[in-house]
Design a protein around this ligand. Structure first.
Ligand SMILES: [Zn+2]
Length: 410
């Protein structure tokens, strides 16, 4: 019995001993895991974010502010690039942001730009009232380091330049000029446009290299000396003007939207007993260049510069500019379109169909082109009505509304 009881108690005792051991081991394992996790917490966070073991180790090795900054940010796709460049770890998130904005830049360029921005420049900008979002809004608008230095050197505050930062196409280097010009203009949009591109309201004397338009298909693209169409640009939807075409017309094509408007206008005029005739539409860059040269040879440079657009600067290349005439002029009973009943009717009604008289009388100092009663430009009915009602040029409309072509320097 005793033996048995001993044996029981022995066996019981052994079992209880085993349980203790198990609890002990579990406790130890938990403790070890806790210590391991504690010591590797940031490494694990890095792994969870998506970094590999090597990267996680590199992050943990940074310690302090840089380590925390990287772990607080989203996974950085180009971590290896920055790490290989031995770039400043606290700026890694800004490198990423910049890389997203300007993917054409070399990583080394990105690093030196961001490092310079985040140095003394950043705190000086803060002193002028700029916050992080404001600074990065300028960064995303391609502000250079010298742009920021310009703001600092001229002590231009965030409040002072705020109205111009709202305008598409602003240039930081022009801020002082904007502030000055806007004292009379009182229209930041207008001010930015005319300051960036003074030739918009200039005469044909313009001789700068100018800009190439990168959105030539836009119905409201302003084309003139300074804003040039590429020599290869040709609209993709040219059709023949659906109305009588003058016998000596060599370019009867217009864009589809213009053709539709012309057809309506022609028919409505006809219903009133008037005979409009189409005289000229799309002209290629090459043809415009020849035309300019011919006129220059025949009538001289001054005449050519007043009456013929430079190659690339003609609205005829957009397929949106048209020259109109009348049957009476074609027949020779009237000498110029400007003297006809058709002309008077078109002047009064063109806006309804989306056309404006592009080079009205006494506006050559604004358009750079002498009065051309025959030349109309399609801009759509709404804009045409607004321009006609306000009795302004297309140039003024574009400036007031900030509708300027997107361009690259030639
Ligand atoms: Zn014309």
């Amino acid at each position: 019995m005793l033996k048995r009881s001993n044996s029981y108690s022995y066996s019981y005792g052994r079992k209880s001993n085993n349980n203790l051991k198990i609890f002990g081991i579990i406790g130890l394992v938990v403790a070890i895991v806790a210590v391991v996790v504690f010591l590797n917490f940031n490494r694990i966070r890095a792994l969870v974010k998506g970094y590999n073991f090597t990267q996680a180790n590199q992050i943990v090795a940074m310690e302090g502010e840089a380590e925390n900054e990287i772990l607080a940010s989203d996974f950085m796709e180009h971590f290896d690039i920055w790490h290989d460049l031995e770039a400043t770890p606290v700026n890694y998130d800004d490198y990423e942001k910049y890389y997203e904005l300007f993917q054409d830049y070399q990583p080394s360029e990105i690093v030196s730009y961001v490092d310079e921005l985040n140095g003394e420049i950043y705190s000086q900008l803060e002193e002028l009232g700029f916050d992080h979002d404001g600074i990065w809004a300028m960064v995303s608008n391609s502000a250079s380091i010298s742009d920021f230095e310009y703001l600092i050197d001229n002590k231009l505050s965030a409040t002072q330049i705020a109205p111009y930062l709202e305008v598409n196409g602003y240039m930081v280097k022009n801020m002082k000029a904007y502030i000055e010009a806007d004292k009379t203009n009182n229209n930041p949009t207008y001010t930015v446009g005319i300051t960036n591109y003074p030739f918009i309201l200039s005469t044909a004397e313009y001789s700068g290299r100018g800009y190439t338009i990168t959105n030539p298909d836009e119905i409201l693209t302003l084309v003139k000396a300074g804003f040039y169409l590429d020599n290869s640009y040709e609209p993709g939807d040219l059709v023949e003007a659906p109305m009588p075409i003058a016998p000596d017309c060599e370019n009867p094509l217009v864009r589809q939207v213009v053709a539709d408007a012309l057809q309506q206008m022609y028919e409505d005029a006809k219903a009133e007993g008037l005979s409009l005739v189409f005289n000229s539409g799309y002209r290629s860059y090459t043809v415009q260049a020849q035309t300019y040269q011919d006129i220059e040879t025949r009538y001289g440079g001054l005449y050519a510069s007043q009456y013929v657009a430079l190659p690339g600067a003609s609205e005829h290349q957009t397929g949106l500019g048209v020259d109109l005439t009348s049957q009476s002029v074609v027949d020779g009973t009237r000498i110029t379109f400007g003297d006809t009943a058709e002309y008077k009717w078109v002047l009064a009604n063109a806006a309804k169909y989306g056309f404006i008289n592009r080079y009205p009388e006494s506006t050559s100092d604004l358009t750079g082109i002498a009065h051309e009663p025959w030349h109309f430009r399609y801009v759509g009915a709404e804009v045409a009505q607004e321009i006609t009602d306000a009795n302004i040029t297309f140039e003024q409309y574009c400036l007031e509304n900030g509708i300027l072509p997107t361009v690259v320097a030639r």
